[in-house]
Design a protein around this ligand. Sequence first.
Ligand code: ATP
Ligand code: ZN
Length: 283
Amino acid sequence: MKTLKIAIQKSGRLNEKSVEILKNCGLSFENYKSSLISSVSNFPLEILFLRDDDIPEYVQDGIADLGIVGENVITEAGAQVTYLQKLGFGKCTLKIAVPNNSTVSEISDLEGLAIATSYPVILEKYLQENNVNAQIRTISGSVEIGPGLGLSDAICDIVSTGGTLKSNGLKPFAEVMQSEAVLIGREGSEFNPEVLELLQRIKSVLKAKATKYVVLNVARENLEKVVSLLPGVKSPTIVPLFEEGWVALHSVIAEQDFWEKINALKVAGAEGIVVMPIEKIII
Ligand code: ATP
Ligand code: ZN
């Protein structure tokens, strides 16, 4: 079996969740300390710990077979890679923001203004699509201080909660791109059997994460009503309880659906509701 290489961020916002998802796939390895490479002892895989900016090119050029990185970084790098799976973490949005007292209110108002960003490629494409000519000032970090320093009239930067913008007297004004962490491969790598095996494991972990194992008690006379409230459950397991006329219902439910139904379930007669995490769902 060929040993694959997967590149993940060595430290920063994506590191912890990238390591976690690989560990949840049953892979056994040491997290980044000082060495750039870590070998997985129970799968033909090596993990390369890199700066996130380097990951798209490493995958494109075949130095790594796979990578975990934000879509924003891939698009900015213009790398030719294949998206294998969205991973549901590292979610953020690239937004244009202006000072609170700015009169800019439409994209066309940016005409002729200076915009500071670390994402010149993405911003330029966005401005072109909107037929706006603005001056892009590329800076590598702390973009949000641009307007305060007189460097720019606006900024284009990553926003997740908006706290950094607020504390710098800025308000978001237009959304340029949404992003999350994705698993990428070289073009054609989706046909590689080892890649497919790992991808299958990752999909199983993601599916399990979004799903819960629910057990609840209900009197037989209320059973049908309770089952009808559980979305997507075709045929739950019903186990008789010691107490005459009562059963325990076991089922697997998408967590989001479950929270929406919890009050209705209680009203319908569900008691002793227990919600448990699922480690993997083999798909
Ligand atoms: P590196 O040292 O690897 O170059 P970095 O400083 O460029 O790290 P981080 O701040 O660790 O990058 O962010 C990595 C990725 O996390 C971003 O490219 C983006 O996809 C995602 N992300 C999610 N939320 C945020 C946020 N609030 N600010 C910045 N990035 C975020
Ligand atoms: Zn980076």
